[in-house]
Design a protein around this ligand. Structure first.
Ligand SMILES: Nc1nc2c(c(=O)[nH]1)N[C@H]1C(S)=C(S)[C@@H](COP(=O)(O)O)O[C@H]1N2
Ligand SMILES: [Mo]
Length: 305
């Protein structure tokens, strides 16, 4: 049973998004927020975790996507995801938690303050973008449901709804799309659940209404349209690792010194850079080493990738 805090409203009626958008109307547009560090944005100072690099345009972020539930071409999600019903939306939270249950998304978001995080985003295919996400730290949600001491991993699943997800009518992969993090990775303040980007609620092709963002890992770890979060004591099976463990490790931290067996990871192509733009160097942990390197102290990241 979904927990509801107002039974006559759907989650999108009660999300803090309204408050967020009202504040944003004071601005002259998304570009102003980006250009001016003086602007408080979501009711506070710009996040210390945000990059000052210029974000990609909404156009770029919403028209070049990986979301196999809607097809395998980069243009497919923008074409096919519009019909996905994202309200009502429930997230099952189970496993090693104190308060398991099927939670209505409105319930999960009530009282949560959203903030903007402008992150680098690096796909394992060696392209990258800068995305101004709106969301909240995953640790906030985990604290609310109570993580039991025996929990060591967090597991996530995407919705399975072939009627609305045409890619799921084919055995492209073993649906549902699955991902996972070690608990300390999940608790890191960089790890967020996104509900929006720029002034928008999250567009369907970017994983509406709720997707993970783990900016120091390859993009496939950032699972979209989440319907299940499960706390586990063993490392969960994850989609790309199940398909090819040699090419896609469980950790999949961005690492320019560990090449994909079929291509180099030393450099990346920034989407929107133009025809003649130079490839840029890929940074260890996608540039987030200061925040996350400690998580891997003592690990051989060339072997355990
Ligand atoms: N459910 C689901 N989540 C997913 C994917 C997917 O196919 N299905 N693709 C992943 C990959 S490979 C990338 S690069 C990012 C792309 O996110 P974006 O389209 O918002 O840039 O989503 C990740 N999350
Ligand atoms: Mo990706």
């Amino acid at each position: 049973m979904a927990h509801r805090w107002k039974s006559d409203l759907n989650w999108s009626d009660v999300t803090p998004k309204q408050a967020f958008l009202n504040r944003r109307q004071l601005l002259t547009g998304a570009a102003a927020l980006v250009a001016s560090p003086a602007i408080a944005g979501l009711g506070g100072a710009p996040s210390a975790y945000s990059t000052t690099e210029a974000p990609n345009t909404l156009e770029e972020i919403t028209n070049y996507n990986n979301f196999y539930e809607f097809g395998t071409d980069k243009e497919d999600p923008a074409q096919n995801a519009g019909g996905l019903t994202t309200d009502p939306w429930a997230v099952q939270i189970d496993g090693l938690v104190d308060k398991p249950g099927s939670y209505d998304l409105g319930d999960l978001l009530s009282g949560v303050s959203l903030e903007e995080r402008i992150y680098r985003f690096r796909c394992v295919e060696a392209w990258s973008m800068i995305v101004p996400w709106v969301g909240f730290e995953l640790s906030t949600l985990l604290a609310r449901v109570g993580v039991q001491p025996s929990a060591k991993y967090v597991y996530f699943e995407t919705l399975v709804r072939p009627e609305e997800m045409p890619g799921q009518r084919r055995p492209l992969l073993d649906w549902p799309y699955r991902e996972g993090l070690r608990l300390d990775e999940a608790m890191n303040p960089l790890t967020i659940l996104a509900t929006g980007l720029y002034d928008e609620p999250l567009p369907n092709q970017n994983g509406a209404p709720l997707r993970l963002v783990v900016p120091w890992k390859y993009g496939f770890k950032s699972i979209k349209s989440i319907v299940r979060i499960s706390l586990m004591d063993k490392q969960p099976e994850t989609t790309w690792n199940m398909i090819n463990a040699r090419e896609y490790g469980f950790y999949s931290n961005v690492n320019p010194t560990v090449d994909h067996p079929r291509w180099s990871q030393a450099t990346e192509r920034r989407i929107g850079g133009g025809l003649f733009s130079k490839r840029q160097e890929t940074l260890m942990f996608n540039g987030y080493g200061e925040e996350v390197a400690d998580l891997y102290a003592g690990m051989d990241l060339k072997k355990l990738y």
